[in-house]
Design a binder for this molecule. Sequence first.
Ligand SMILES: Nc1ncnc2c1ncn2[C@@H]1O[C@H](COP(=O)(O)OP(=O)(O)OP(=O)(O)O)[C@@H](O)[C@H]1O
Ligand SMILES: [Mg+2]
Length: 578
Amino acid sequence: MLRRIASYLKGYEKYAVASPLLVVLETGCELTIPLLMAQIINQGILKEDMAPIWRSGALMVVVAVIATFAGGMAAKCATNAAQGLGANLRQAEFEKISSFSFADIDRFSSSSLITRMTNDVTKIQNMAMICLRILIRAGTMLIASVVLTLTISPKLALVVLVILPVMAAALLTIMRICMPLFEKMQKALDHLNETVQENLIAVRVVKSYVREDREREKFMDANDGFTAAGLRAVLRVVAMQPVMMICMASATVLALYFGGNMVLGLELDVGYLQTVLGYIMQILMSVMFVGMAILQYTQAQASTRRIFEVLDAQPTISGGGERELPAPQGRVEFRDVAFRYQTEGAGEDVLRNINLDIKPGEFVAIVGGTGTGKSSLVNLIPRFYDVHRGKVLVDGLDVRDYPLDGLRGRIGMVLQNNVLFSGTIRENLLWGNENATEEELIQAAKDAQAYDFIMSFPEGFDTYLEQGGVNVSGGQKQRLCIARAMVRKPAVLILDDSTSAVDSATEGRIRESFRQNLKGTTVIIIAQRISSVQYADKIVVLDEGTVSATGTHDELMAASKIYKEIYDSQQEGGGENG
Ligand SMILES: Nc1ncnc2c1ncn2[C@@H]1O[C@H](COP(=O)(O)OP(=O)(O)OP(=O)(O)O)[C@@H](O)[C@H]1O
Ligand SMILES: [Mg+2]
């Protein structure tokens, strides 16, 4: 796993290599300072000679300057490496997610994908920082201090030998207790993130249903859960402190006792006693730091797993190979299609036995009660989802045999919950076709009955739309979405309930301009109001996932009970409210 993460250091390798080297240099310098100190005491102070004091003192300054410089550079390199790693991971995740089909996104849920791209990446960044600096530093300190203590006085090294196992055992126990607690803390954080994200994404709904109190409670629960989990874990980590203090104090007492005896017995210079004492402290501290680094590493492992889960996911929909594509005509066929969503729990067929033949240039309407599968049906055409059985053909070729851009390029789709992006109206329309000319943009806007209101804004096509298009009305947004799809000049134009917020008169004008300007284009419209579709060449009535009837308005009025019921229900109360 570590090696795999390291592969995302691409472009930042030099920092990742330089940082540990600099840390080793820094640590090395720091370790020589007690040695120089010993020299000052042994050769200078004890022998009352100033020369060695000056010499070692000057050397100490040089070493300290080098240590500071190396430390600073190490921090800079480690930061660069960690940030670069994070950037690469986010980039890789983003690219992967872009290739996801709707079904893949359903599976992960978008709020979890956001957490995986932000929070989890930060965790790994922190881990990289800790590995590159603290772990290397502690490791170097540990090894060097042990070696130096052994060379100066193997006898005193015995003190370490006694204390170290006790301390390691204590630390291990604490870590073993804390590890699962940290995992719980991570889960609580996920839950908290989910609550916040869901709330922010749907803030308008929350407010309109005056659900703030309930949502606040939900947040408080999640927040309290996270705080409690955090406290449980951290309070136990804090126990490390007294353990360390006891170990260090005992080590000092032992070292002073044995060392003092050795000095009195002239086995050891008094200056070295001081030095060894310093090293022993370093050894104990290093062990603690290594322990903490391991703790961080295990915490980051959960994040790593979650990120790789995304990176390893096989997009369930990928385009067919390159091939000669049929000329765009706008023919759409469904052959014995059955479809179901793969999300957990939903195993039922949402669509069954669908057979449809939509000819080039036809104007087809799909009507039916809510939840009968209308959106699901049209989502199969641009292959947002794959059929479960049967096949969908566009211009005679199975949609699974098209490269995705080749297929979607000939389809203009206005989704039921369509969104605009932050940017100007022009930029949004150019999504349809980035090479569209000004005239084409204007024509599309006119066809979608959007031109007049666009021009009524002081800045016209350069009007800035806020994220999600919140600063235009629902009906305006729908018309902009239609215009965006029309800029593409698609062979098949699909409108999923896209004029529901537009008044009937404007809707009529949109229909009329389709009729005049989109002669060769196949138009598939899902509508709630029969009045919007009764002039269609063909009306498909969906009922509980199957085609219950097809025909013109007059034919269906005579033959389809469901259709007549919908029609009649809409006539009551004076029809729609314009
Ligand atoms: N992403 C999804 N995952 C799982 N089930 C889904 C998903 N989208 C829709 N469904 C289910 O599929 C069925 C058909 O939904 P669909 O959106 O196609 O209905 P619809 O006819 O477009 O309804 P409406 O008129 O309300 O837009 C519903 O029972 C719905 O619960
Ligand atoms: Mg729908």
